[in-house]
Ligand binder design. Structure first.
Ligand code: SAH
Ligand code: SF4
Ligand code: F3S
Length: 444
């Protein structure tokens, strides 16, 4: 059968969809990007903010027309919204055939077969402990690949739905991650992105207390990955600031393949709000870690996530966030307007900041960010940077794109030696709002 998969949400979901696609292909199905050609339409959804759910529901609702024209098609909803709403989704969307929660995604092929036979409508959202085993599947090899090293989350930040829809934190065994990484590199992968809600807690058995300064299973994992011949770059997302102990910082500084860029979610710069968010650090603690990391790795760049308009956030709290962001000088940031999630702790308190004020705060931070990014990009002009070649630029077919280890996007005209997944040098000559461009230097 022809299967269409649409993914919403984070890289974890992207990863799950890729594994699912590979699994379905192994079962004799084919994938299609064209909705109206599909026999089965799957929507892998996100619940992190209300807007994410509305977006997916809107799209799925739109499929009603298709189902009317072709009643034999099968429509399934997977992922975090499926986990959160279960049966409710079947009631709300009468043209849906099945809903499978996050612990059941490996059961999609079986579900398709059953529905073909019985045409029953099904919703299953129980967690299965063996879910972790399906993570090894990959789609077509490319120069980059992703490996989920942990699943779930034990941190329970008060605003966040993830622990409820993804379950408790589980780490995969080091052996299986290394075997997967080696197989990926053998298939042509040159950059590996390690994924988890809290990657730096890898191997700590779900204990949320940051470990002693000399203990970091995540550091040990990075060191082993760093030894894989043929692998050029290692990235990871997202770590939680409190886990950057001495052991991990020294591993980051010593592993030559680990990229000098950290996505380090801040959420707020006000200690009062951080506490209400159940984030276990203070603004000063966050700054201290950033300083320690920069001292060990001077060209390190940082990106972050920030929430504006958390219940009770005053102008003063917001200004602390703004100031802290400027102090760190993030090279990239994702700003989110607080969205109460039914089931998460903070949804029990009133959503006090108006939509208008949230938007205003959001825009102030975005403007700061824009100015800062273009300033940082300007400083690259005239320098020679090393990029991992990614391929033809999506905006201009005559140019190619690469990325520095510090995560800056670089455009250049290709030469005959230009191959995706290879490291090349570019002399930067121009900087724009979000990227730079320059001249590709010949291979030595
Ligand atoms: N595990 C990651 C975050 C996953 S969710 C981490 O802690 O690093 C991605 C981002 O969505 C969060 O960092 C947070 O900034 C944002 N987010 C989560 N819940 C939210 C909510 N209820 N409203 C607005 N933004 C939210
Ligand atoms: Fe959510 Fe916090 Fe876990 Fe990140 S660490 S997934 S924000 S509960
Ligand atoms: Fe969304 Fe689920 Fe990821 S809620 S952010 S898709 S873990």
């Amino acid at each position: 059968m022809k299967i269409f998969i649409k993914t919403y949400g984070c890289q974890m979901n992207e990863r799950d969809s890729e594994a699912l696609g590979a699994m379905l292909c192994r079962n004799g199905h084919t994938l299609t990007d064209v909705e109206k050609d599909a026999d089965v339409l799957l929507f892998n959804t996100c619940s992190v903010r209300d807007a994410a759910e509305r977006k997916a529901k809107g799209k799925i609702g739109f499929m009603r027309k298709l189902k009317k024209q072709k009643p034999e098609i099968i429509i399934g909803v997977l992922g975090c919204m499926a986990q959160r709403l279960g049966d409710e989704l079947l009631a709300e969307l009468p043209h849906l055939d099945f809903v499978l929660g996050t612990g059941q995604i490996h059961r999609v092929p079986e579900m398709i077969e059953n529905i073909q036979k019985t045409r029953c409508r099904v919703s299953e959202t129980e967690f299965f402990p063996d879910e972790i085993e399906m993570l090894g599947a990959h789609g077509e090899a490319s120069w980059s690949g992703q490996i989920a090293i942990t699943r779930g989350c034990n941190r329970f930040c008060s605003y966040c739905i993830v622990p409820y829809v993804r379950g408790r934190e589980v780490s995969r065994s080091r052996e299986s991650i290394l075997a997967e990484a080696r197989a990926m590199v053998d298939a042509g992968v040159r950059e590996i992105l390690l994924l988890g809600q809290n990657v730096a807690a890898y191997g700590l058995n779900g204990d949320i207390r940051p470990p002693a300064d000399d203990h970091s299973p995540f550091a040990e994992l990075l060191e082993e990955l760093n030894e894989i011949p043929g692998l050029l770059r290692i990235r990871y997302t997202s770590p939680y600031v409190s886990y950057f102990n001495k052991r991990l910082i020294s591993a980051l500084a010593n592993c030559s393949k680990v990229c000098h860029n950290i996505h380090l979610p801040l959420q707020s710069g006000s200690d009062r709000i951080l506490k209400a968010m159940n984030r276990q650090y203070t603004a000063a603690g966050y700054l201290e870690k950033v300083a320690e990391l920069r001292q060990a790795i001077p060209d390190l760049t940082f990106s972050t996530d920030v929430i504006v308009g958390f219940p009770g956030e005053t102008e003063e709290d917001f200004n602390m966030t703004r100031q802290l962001m400027n102090e760190v000088g993030f090279e990239q940031a994702f700003i989110f307007k607080y969205s109460p999630r039914p089931g998460a702790k903070s949804a029990e308190i009133a959503d006090t900041v108006s939509e208008e004020v949230k938007l205003e705060r959001n825009n102030i931070l975005l403007d700061d960010l824009k100015a800062r990014i273009s300033g940082k990009l300007q400083t690259l002009s005239g320098s020679v940077v090393e990029v991992l070649v990614e391929g033809v630029s999506s905006r201009n077919q005559e140019r190619w794109t690469g990325r520095t280890g510090t995560n800056f996007v670089v455009h250049f005209e290709p030469d005959d030696d230009c191959v995706p997944g290879t490291l090349r040098k570019v002399e930067v000559s121009r900087s724009g709002a979000v990227s730079v461009s320059g001249k590709l230097l010949p291979l030595d």
